[in-house]
Design a protein around this ligand. Structure first.
Ligand code: ATP
Length: 364
């Protein structure tokens, strides 16, 4: 059966001879497809991915793009229809969850409510002599900044502390791979960004290879060496945060990152007198309101267009307006000159800051 939720017992260690690319050190996912229902589109569609030892890869994508399904297939919680999961070149596709040596942390069902903090963190260490376990739990709590919390009931700690306990628990057995599925999604923005950098710090210090699923680009960029973008089950781009932002693979990635409309080179030349090699996106900061124009609209000169202001807001010390481009699409523009506000309905002159344009990756 394919795509079913499997239990530990549901997987037996595979003995079939299969010809697979042995992959590199660390995690290698090869041609992985997950399908939950026969005839339905795959949740994960032919994904290959390498995560080198000690690296952190974030999987970013819209809801339903297949991030969790990919992570669950790597964990062994979902059986793939096709493809291979390898660790250090060893095929673990049919190895039961608990024998993979991977640590899991999911957003829900985090802690055992009847155990205290130490009982939760030490859960996977039940074979360790009591003294060693106590020392290890102490070490882990120190690692996540919760020293002294051993005897606290888990109902009496904050959401952020609970996430730290869950992280310590996932790290307790020194997993060779840490799999995090939206580990911070129940927290508010400020705490999320603080914990995201804590996670990065922690996995770097412990050298733990990590796959971190999130739909929050700030979180992905904060934690990861490489960010993989998923769209409709496919891994469409895997890049460093800077390259992903600077050279998104396609319009879907641009949309996911909120980088504004994509404009063809001919259009850029016609509107702004700017020559570009391929399509560009217009993120906030690339369009600049240069002047107010009569609402009757003077003919725009070379290097600028007239556009109608749709809405206006003051953000972090500057005014940002949403404008309607000549082709009817909306884009964000910043208003030069500090305090100048722009009212909806007003027509303004727009220029472009070429250094802030995002150039889509060639070949797409
Ligand atoms: N247990 C399941 N049975 C049937 N279909 C499922 C199951 N789990 C996920 N799916 C479907 O598979 C697709 C991918 O879902 P998945 O949860 O992997 O995406 P995601 O990117 O992690 O989304 P989210 O960010 O909302 O968690 C979706 O179309 C979803 O409806």
């Amino acid at each position: 059966m394919v795509g079913e939720q499997v239990t530990d017992e549901g997987l037996d260690e595979g003995s079939e001879d299969r010809v697979v690319d042995k992959g590199a050190a660390g995690l290698s996912v090869r041609d992985l497809t997950v399908r939950y229902e026969e005839g339905a589109p795959p949740a994960v569609d032919d994904v290959s991915l390498d995560v080198a030892p000690g690296r952190v890869v974030a999987l970013l994508g819209a809801s339903g793009s297949g991030k969790s399904s990919l992570l669950r297939a790597v964990a062994g919680l979902v059986r793939p229809e096709r493809g291979t999961v390898l660790w250090d070149g060893e095929d673990v596709t049919r190895v039961p969850v608990h024998r993979r040596g991977f640590g899991l942390m999911f957003q829900d069902g985090q802690l055992f409510p009847h155990r205290d903090v130490a009982g939760n963190v030490g859960y996977a260490l039940n074979r360790m002599p009591r003294g060693r376990r106590r020392a290890r739990v102490g070490e882990l709590l120190e690692l996540v900044g919760l020293q002294g919390y051993q005897n606290r009931p888990v109902q009496e700690i904050s959401g952020g502390q609970a996430q730290r306990v869950a992280l310590a628990r996932a790290l307790a057995a020194q997993p060779r791979l840490l799999l995090l599925d939206e580990p911070l999604s129940s927290l508010d923005k400020a705490l999320r960004s603080r914990l995201a950098s804590d996670i990065r710090d922690l996995v770097q210090r412990t050298g733990t290879t990590t796959v971190h699923v999130t739909h929050d680009q700030d979180e992905a960029f904060a934690v990861a060496d490489l960010v993989g973008v998923m769209e409709a089950g496919r891994l469409v781009q895997l890049d460093t945060p800077a390259r992903l932002w600077g050279h998104p693979a396609d319009a879907g990635v641009v949309e996911l990152l909120g980088q504004g409309p994509v404009v063809a080179p001919e259009q850029m030349a016609a509107w702004f007198g700017v020559r570009v090699e391929g399509p560009v996106a217009l993120p906030v900061g690339s369009l600049v309101v240069e002047e107010a124009r009569e609402s009757s609209g003077r003919a725009p000169g070379a290097g600028g267009i007239s556009a109608e202001v749709v809405s206006s807001r003051f953000v972090r010390g500057r005014t940002e307006v949403e404008v309607k481009l000549p082709d009817g699409r909306l884009a964000a523009a910043v208003v030069g000159g500090g305090a100048l506000g722009r009212e909806p309905g007003e027509t303004v002159g727009l220029g472009v800051d070429a250094s802030a344009l995002v150039h889509l990756r060639p070949g797409h």
